[in-house]
Design a protein around this ligand. Structure first.
Ligand SMILES: Cc1cc2nc3c(=O)[nH]c(=O)nc-3n(C[C@H](O)[C@H](O)[C@H](O)COP(=O)(O)OP(=O)(O)OC[C@H]3O[C@@H](n4cnc5c(N)ncnc54)[C@H](O)[C@@H]3O)c2cc1C
Length: 416
């Protein structure tokens, strides 16, 4: 069933009786060509591109809960490609281009909104750093614009310009950045993959791998053994736990990140803004809630909820930047488990086990990467070689010392 404006009007006039379930609920087959573990954005996108670009039909996505229940449905929905380093910037720009065509590609309204993002500048040194980053973006075909304080004030007059400990001196804008409705991304990719014949198997936990003579033959699950020619792992915050079942120890730690939503307000924030003197980022959802977040909780955890000290820290960041936020009531908050890598950049690679592939280490920037991650992981699974834009995302960079340390923090996962 194709969605269209005509279809919406027809259904509205006929009592909405023609809508069908958006994906099937199949029982697992005994064997697939490719099994993807993890029904988050990255796993589902991988299934979509495997089917659509590489023609694979005999594939399955195995999800231990329900699709969209992980980080893909928990993030603050920001997409952008404002990176500095060579390994990252072309990849994230590729992703942003895929976002721009996503809704047509999967025939699903994911509310892709290029409302723009501004990283605020609070010191001369920060202006230098952001100028450099903006130049790197432009050199890689992305858009970037350096703003002075007056230009920022025109768009966001209510920010604390005058009375602040760290006055706003300008901003680095990326007009093509913005937000995308996060869970709709999971649903859109799931619907598309299902339409190509991929099985999306929910409530099925992978509990182990069957590995013989160095080759992965399939996965043990709560619904029994499922054989596979190849197995791709895309479980984000559960990466360490899952790959441990295959005897691998990853350069990744799991940490909690919280997100917050205020009560609905009249339109006040035209785009996304990030505070450069603390860690705080905010946008306004189409329903009116201010959606914001800040730092990790800072300790290793697999719990999908955080603690009060970080709530306080994030709210202080909000108050320092836009004191009027203190008048809004907090409606809800939650946490997600982040797969924090040692250098803050991801991994899309084969493992030493034949037929076992890995995608993870997305830290708290993996939502914006969803389309490119799925595309590149599908390429790796289908062709057994890295996609040209993801050649840097290999395990061996930790052995050879070729870190992609965007923040320059060193091997300290909770600081990236
Ligand atoms: C609060 C918060 C805010 C964020 N904000 C942003 C942002 O603004 N912009 C941005 O770019 N990124 C953001 N992120 C990061 C982004 O959400 C993640 O990097 C990205 O979603 C991870 O990929 P995924 O969607 O595939 O993960 P998930 O949706 O977590 O998918 C992994 C899936 O694997 C499943 N799984 C785990 N173990 C097993 C198993 N043994 N068997 C079967 N299934 C299993 C899980 O149930 C889960 O559904 C944020 C994250 C959080 C938590």
């Amino acid at each position: 069933m194709r969605y269209s404006g005509f279809k919406v009007i027809k259904e509205a006039l006929t009592g909405h009786k023609g809508w069908k379930p958006v994906w099937r609920d199949p029982e697992p087959k005994p064997h697939y060509d490719i099994v993807i573990i993890g029904g988050g954005g990255h796993g589902l996108a991988t299934a979509h591109y495997l089917a659509k670009i590489y023609g694979h039909r005999n594939i399955a996505v195995i999800e231990k809960g329900w699709i969209g229940g992980g980080n893909v449905g928990r993030n603050t929905t920001i997409v952008r490609s404002n990176y500095l380093l060579d390994g990252n910037e072309p990849f994230y720009e590729f992703s942003l281009k895929l976002w721009e065509g996503l809704e047509q590609d999967v025939n699903y309204n994911a509310m892709v909104s290029q409302r723009g993002i501004i990283n605020l500048i609070h010191s001369d040194a920060q202006r230098d750093a952001f100028t450099r980053r903006g130049n790197a973006m432009i050199l890689n075909g992305a858009d970037a614009e350096l703003l002075d304080a007056e230009q920022v004030r025109k768009e966001y007059p209510f920010l604390n310009f005058n009375d602040a400990r760290f006055p706003i001196k300008g901003g680095l804008a990326q007009r093509r950045g913005g937000t995308v409705r996060h869970d709709a991304v999971a649903w859109g990719y799931a619907r598309s993959a299902d339409g190509f014949g991929a099985d999306i198997i929910q409530n099925c936990e992978v509990t182990g791998f069957r590995i013989e003579d160095g080759k992965c033959l399939g996965v043990e699950t709560s619904k029994g053994f499922i054989g596979a020619g190849k197995v791709g792992c895309a479980v984000a915050g559960n990466s360490g736990r899952l790959m441990g079942m295959a005897g691998m120890r990853l350069p990744i730690e799991s940490h909690v990140l919280q997100a917050f939503v205020s009560e609905g307000l009249k339109p006040v924030l035209p785009g996304v803004i990030t505070f450069g003197a603390g860690h705080f980022y905010v946008s306004q959802s189409d329903k009116g809630g201010l959606v914001f977040g800040g730092d990790l909780d800072g300790y290793n955890s697999y719990a999908q909820r955080g603690n009060l000290p970080v709530v306080e820290d994030v709210c202080e960041g909000g108050m320092a930047l836009m004191p009027m936020i203190g008048r809004a009531r907090l409606l809800r908050m939650w946490g997600g488990i982040m797969d924090m890598s040692m250098d803050g950049s991801p991994i899309i690679d084969r493992t030493d086990i034949d037929g076992l592939y890995f995608n993870g280490g997305w830290c708290y920037g993996g939502f914006k990467a969803t389309p490119a991650s799925g595309h590149c992981f599908a390429h790796l699974l289908a062709r057994d070689e890295p996609h040209p834009t993801a050649t840097a995302y290999r395990f061996d960079r930790f052995r050879t010392g070729r870190m992609i340390d965007e923040k320059g923090m060193g091997n300290q996962p909770n600081l990236h």
